[in-house]
Design a protein around this ligand. Structure first.
Ligand SMILES: N[C@@H](CCC(=O)N[C@@H](CS)C(=O)NCC(=O)O)C(=O)O
Length: 201
């Protein structure tokens, strides 16, 4: 299988961490993608023009990191990152959606900051950053969701925060003081080889 990827993308990192944790990384061929180019051929594989996208061996294409991670989780017999137990499964998938939404909100802030100064909107930036902060508040106040064996929600939270630290450290500041429980958990999960091997640069 082939992965359309770009360096620095938190959603690509989420897929790569999942691939490493599930023992599948060696089976994935990488196709570097410059999605910023107006004529980027990513649209041949994803009409939305986004990475990650995965081309399966039979030619089928999967778009969106959640779908790709769920697919990878069907291909191995190690610990499942999406629990099969229906009682925990929906909670983990909801945590993943929260984390992905939080990351997308931060990306929207960064996109807004990249616009010409006279076109930037404080209202847009504050609204999107508010989503990020409320999600961080919620996770920090509900640390039970961080417990237990590694799951896709954990991977999505940590790869999302990793990207915000990497690209938006000036806004994020001393976040581990603001969200100490989450900060301590993040330090721990970041020590896993899958995270160490994928630090954004
Ligand atoms: N929900 C998608 C989000 C993917 C996404 O936003 N990728 C960014 C890179 S981090 C992208 O390709 N952006 C290009 C664009 O939006 O045109 C996923 O989880 O894969």
């Amino acid at each position: 299988m082939k992965l359309r990827w770009a360096p620095g993308s938190p959603f690509v990192r989420k897929v790569t961490v999942t691939a490493i944790e599930t023992g599948l990384d060696d089976r994935i061929e990488r196709m570097m993608t410059d999605y910023h180019q107006p004529d980027s051929d990513i649209i041949d594989h994803n009409p939305l023009g986004k990475v990650p996208a995965m081309i399966l061996d039979d030619g089928d294409i999967l778009v969106d990191s959640s779908v790709i991670c769920a697919y990878l989780d069907t291909l191995h017999s190690r610990h499942k990152i999406i629990p099969e137990n229906p009682e925990t499964r929906h909670k983990v998938l909801s945590l993943e959606a929260l984390a992905d939404g939080m990351t997308e909100a931060a990306i929207n802030v960064q996109r807004e900051r990249g616009r010409p100064a006279e076109e930037q909107s404080d209202a847009v930036r504050d609204k999107q950053w508010g989503k990020f902060e409320r999600a961080m508040d919620w996770i920090n106040a509900n640390p039970n969701v961080l417990e237990g064996a590694l799951n896709i929600g954990h991977i999505a939270i940590a790869t999302g925060i990793g990207w915000v630290e990497f690209r938006m450290g000036d806004i994020l500041g001393d976040w581990k003081s603001q969200w100490p429980t989450l900060g301590a958990w993040y330090d721990q999960i970041s020590e896993r080889p899958s995270f160490q091997a994928t630090i954004p640069e």
